[in-house]
Ligand binder design. Sequence first.
Ligand SMILES: Nc1ncnc2c1ncn2[C@@H]1O[C@H](COP(=O)(O)OP(=O)(O)OP(=O)(O)O)[C@@H](O)[C@H]1O
Length: 346
Amino acid sequence: MAQTSDETILKFPILIGDIGGTNARFALLVDSYAEPREFPIVQTADYPNIDEAIQAAILDRTSIMPKSAVLAVAGPIDGDEIDLTNCDWVVRPLEMARSLGLEDIVLLNDFEAQALAVVALGEEHMVKIGEGEAESAASRVVLGPGTGLGVAGLIHARRSWIPVPGEGGHMDMGPRSDRDFEVFPHLERIEGRISGEQLLCGRGLVNIYRAIATTDSKPAHFTTPAEITTAALARSDDVAEEALAMFVTCLGRLAGDLALVFMSRGGVYLTGGIAQKIVTALQHPRFRKAFEDKAPHSALLRAMPVYVITHPLAALAGLAAYARTPMRFGVETEGRRWRSRRSTAT
Ligand SMILES: Nc1ncnc2c1ncn2[C@@H]1O[C@H](COP(=O)(O)OP(=O)(O)OP(=O)(O)O)[C@@H](O)[C@H]1O
């Protein structure tokens, strides 16, 4: 059933939070206009559960008592106990409402928050990769290589922005160039297949690097994604350089495929921890070449802009925009919103 504006609105002060595998970032919104009050980033491993983290890191440091919370979590939101992917916390909204005195809690998917950020952030928080002009009300797509590979669409319909979270990071990826056909047999697979996430995330970069080393019978010195990108950008190691180049090409191909799926004339947005660390590699022509190489639709892709989001707290910016003006966004909260007067997911 369609929600009325009264039902959609969240009461201030609103606690917003982006809960990742390693880090949790929080801020408080006092009203619609004031700048968010930010707090130091919390390491999830430092607290046994999310309620204690919020109490110690936020509520004990301010006299503002939030009435509502909008939290983005990595993991499927299903039922009254939400297990987070990549971290030991379990979110229990009913218990959280009681222990922290919250009247209203909304949980969103972490990549949905990234999609909301794309609307919330201006071009000053983005670096454009290549040409193309965004049509302001057209669909957009967000891809984020980080610990995993997140993908979300963003559709403009009925005067609101509707995030479309999905599992697009798990689409199949195949070899295309002659070199790919040499390297791909050496990639580590998941149940026999090569998905986007086997290549386009931190672990994926290491996978590509090792596969290239094996193909050429060269030693693989590096074990972390940061070591590989550092050596590649410094041009101090051939295998690392080729691994980053292949990563960039594969990201361009997948970004192009997703741009076709969503017809994202509003732009393709790269978020997550890795994209902003490899901006110079993404500015190499190979990224746009792979992105645009989509016959018979190359002209369509050439007109679509690609941006790297550089804002360090992009998801929080998206959550803040949603919390302040929920009517601007078509976010479905059924089964993901807990209000104390009914004490159940609605
Ligand atoms: N300089 C770098 N180059 C390439 N990859 C890096 C670099 N620094 C960190 N990484 C990798 O980025 C990934 C983390 O990405 P990101 O910061 O987006 O985390 P996340 O998925 O949002 O998780 P969380 O929110 O829990 O911190 C890890 O795989 C890490 O190894």
